[in-house]
Design a protein around this ligand. Structure first.
Ligand code: DLL
Length: 433
């Protein structure tokens, strides 16, 4: 379902006009109210009057995660502090968290963005949404909550964890839609199987999953185990939280809410725009936010934009599902490897479970070594060991041919790899780099 046809199906030229008007306004506001941006713009000698078309965005400065950390906690506020009504943060692994401070108008933008997102995933006012994204400083729980409310659906604000209770509620309340990280969806499915619960026989028929990378094969696995349709949704705290982009029923890229968030893709080395269809780093400018609007924020996420029309009728530009992040790229003996490539290759191999962890270390020779721990079906452990050995060799060969690096494969029994209720940790890098 299209939640807001006026904006989602807007004619291209009209949308560009709207974006440009918002952009000029934003540049003016940031120059006037945020010393950090005033300094950056003055250094480049650029003002709102220099922005005559959308291409001129290239004249404007970037914002990076480091800038946000330096400005922590309120340095990027663009409105009086007393207008802020809600705050979210994302911690990451190092340093200060990045902060998003919302005015009431910003919360309404978020509601709208998430209503479009969840409606595209089939949510209507008749749905019962079991929301198992974490509630708290993380944007997942509140984002999906606001979206469900804007649609008029019923929401079960479960948060993540306590899986036995999740499954009880899912059965007793007849939840029809699931919202959580894809890794938690799979974990719940495993627990359901152990408890003898047939998820396929329950009313749950669709879900919006995101906040972490997941492959097509992981999607198939979720769809099979629940008997549901699984949609990819994307967002980040700095820009709004979830609701930046989402899949429609065509599931061919994620539609960007581009009347709200202006996308660019750049070469991360040079900072210039990539050619159409060429992968690069995704950059967003928030066009209408009041609390902490951002100019050309470098997400570190890697994708490309898809301009061709979509069969669903929405006219918004799409982004390809993420290929990885510039900062999760592993450099193994000089070869660039993304965990998503490993996952993709792995799931093509019959007999493996969708659970793995990549351990990178430096051995006695000081060379990078990769151990890929993979869960395999129980029957491999009860069969003759030669079957286990031949699966191990097969995975090693596939990795060698797809990634051009030698990987040591360790096959482990089901349920040995630690499960996560939020974002899964797939890489353990023990190298002191
Ligand atoms: O993860 C917001 C969110 C919540 C998105 C719920 C979707 C659903 P952060 O914690 O700030 O915000 O993390 C943002 O997570 O830059 C991506 O690298 C990654 N990410 C988010 N969605 C996806 C996705 C939320 N669908 C960072 N596929 C982003 C792959 C994703 N990676």
């Amino acid at each position: 379902m299209i939640f807001n046809a006026e904006y989602e199906c807007m004619e291209g030229g009209a949308r560009k006009k709207l974006q440009l008007a918002h952009l000029k306004n934003l540049v003016e506001t940031l120059h006037e109210r945020v010393p950090f941006y005033r300094r950056k713009m003055d250094a480049l000698g650029v003002r709102a009057a220099d922005i005559g078309c959308l291409q001129d965005i290239e004249k404007l400065p970037f914002t990076t995660k480091d800038d946000l950390r330096e400005m922590y906690p309120h340095g990027l506020l663009a409105c009086p502090k007393d207008r802020i009504i809600e705050v979210h943060m994302s911690s990451g692994t190092t340093g200060k968290p990045v902060v998003d401070e919302y005015t009431l108008a910003d919360i309404n933008i978020w509601r709208e963005a998430m209503a479009r997102t969840m409606a595209a995933g089939g949510c209507t006012k008749d749905d019962i949404v079991q929301n198992c994204y974490g509630y708290g400083l993380f944007t997942g729980g509140p984002g999906a909550h606001y979206g469900a409310l804007a649609i008029g659906a019923e929401v079960l604000p479960m948060s993540s964890g306590n899986t036995a209770r999740q499954l009880m509620v899912m059965q007793d309340f007849g939840s029809t839609m699931l919202t959580c990280t894809p890794s938690y969806a799979l974990f719940m499915a495993e627990e359901a199987a152990d408890a003898g619960i047939d998820l396929r026989g329950l009313p749950i028929s669709k879900g919006c999953f995101g906040a972490e990378p997941w492959s097509e094969n992981m999607r198939k696995e979720i769809e099979k185990r629940y008997g549901m349709k699984a949609y990819d949704i994307y967002g980040l705290t700095e820009i709004i939280g979830p609701g930046v982009s989402f899949e429609c029923e065509a599931q061919n890229g994620l539609h960007i809410n581009e009347d709200l968030f202006f996308p660019e893709v750049i070469n991360p080395e040079t900072g210039t725009h990539t050619a159409p269809g060429e992968k690069g780093e995704l950059v967003f400018t928030t066009l209408t936010k009041e609390g902490t609007p951002l100019l050309r924020y470098r997400t570190r996420d890697i994708t490309y934009l898809m301009e061709e029309p979509c069969s669903c009728g929405r006219t918004t530009v799409r982004m390809h599902r993420l290929f990885g992040r510039t900062d999760d790229m592993l450099i193994i003996r000089g070869v660039n490897v993304f965990p998503s490539q490993i996952e993709h290759a792995l799931f093509e191999i019959e007999g493996t479970e969708p659970q793995y962890v990549i351990v990178v270390d430096r051995g006695a020779t000081h060379l990078d070594e990769v151990e890929l721990q993979v869960e395999v079906k129980q029957e491999f452990f009860s069969d003759e060991t030669k079957n286990l050995e031949s699966l191990r060799t097969k995975i090693q060969n596939v990795m060698k041919s797809k990634l051009q690096i030698g990987v040591r494969v360790k096959l482990v029994e089901p349920k040995t790899i630690e499960r996560s209720i939020g974002k899964a940790k797939r890489v353990i890098d023990k190298r002191q780099l």
